[in-house]
Each structure stands twice: as C-alpha cells, then as structure tokens.
Design a protein around this ligand. Structure first.
Ligand SMILES: N=c1c2ncn([C@@H]3O[C@H](COP(=O)(O)OP(=O)(O)OP(=O)(O)O)[C@@H](O)[C@H]3O)c2ncn1[C@@H]1O[C@H](COP(=O)(O)O)[C@@H](O)[C@H]1O
Length: 100
C-alpha cells in the first residue's frame, strides 16, 4: 500500500495487505504479531475492546482528531479479526448492502 492509493480503494488495499501478512507471516510486521500471538484470537479481541474504549472516550471528550485516529485503529483491528475468521471484505459489503 502506498500514498498514491485512491481514497476509495484504501479499505481494499488494507484488507489485501492483511491477507498477505496472514499468508506470508513476515517478521517485524505488527499484523503478523496479531496472527501469531500466543493468546491466539483472544489477543485481537482484547485489542478491539481497547480500541473501542479509546474511540468512545475520544467521542465523549469531543476530541475529533483523536476520534478519527482511534476509529482508524478500531477499523484496522476489525479487518484483522475478519481475516482471521475468513470473512472477506466483500461479505461485509454484502451484509451492509442487504440493509439498504
Ligand atoms: N492500519 C494499520 C494499523 N492501525 C493500527 N496499527 C497498530 O495497532 C497498534 C495499536 O495498538 P495501541 O493502541 O496499543 O498502540 P498505540 O497507538 O501505541 O497506543 P495508544 O496511544 O492508542 O493507546 C499500534 O502498534 C499501531 O501501529 C496498525 N498497524 C498496521 N496497519 C496497516 O497494516 C499495514 C501492514 O502493517 P505491518 O503488518 O506492520 O507490516 C500497514 O502498512 C498499515 O497500512
């Protein structure tokens, strides 16, 4: 992923990077550390809980920069969880679309 990626392709690029980390498990990758953590999927679930709390606190503080930052952390960890459970980004899109 690089800075030239069009904004509307960012989620696809990020998910694709996460899937590639899952397949290749390169060293010095934070994503790899989530897939290989000794606590297994519980670790990413803990991170999701932490990021959710931080997002809520930012909203309660009306700290919009922090809200944006923590929301990005939250979405990233959610995408890692979906990848871990073999749920694709397209399946998430389909679920959201079915609610239109
Ligand atoms: N989008 C992300 C992303 N968002 C959050 N994080 C990491 O998630 C962790 C969040 O944990 P914490 O909240 O505890 O970290 P923190 O920010 O130090 O703590 P707080 O200040 O939030 O409390 C940090 O280590 C962040 O670096 C991410 N790590 C990676 N990505 C993407 O994943 C790609 C692959 O990354 P690697 O797997 O590291 O190669 C990168 O190119 C990015 O595009």
């Amino acid at each position: 992923m690089d800075a030239d990626t069009p904004t509307d392709e960012v989620l696809d690029e990020l998910f694709s990077t996460i899937e590639s980390r899952k397949a290749e498990l390169p060293e010095d990758s934070y994503t790899t550390s989530l897939f290989t953590h000794e606590k297994g999927e519980n670790y990413v679930l803990e991170k999701l809980g932490e990021e959710t709390t931080e997002t809520i606190l930012a909203a309660k503080d009306d700290d919009i920069d922090e809200l944006r930052y923590e929301s990005a952390d939250l979405v990233y960890h959610l995408l890692v969880l979906l990848s871990m459970k073999d749920v694709s980004l397209d399946e998430l899109r389909e679920e959201l679309k079915s609610r239109f």
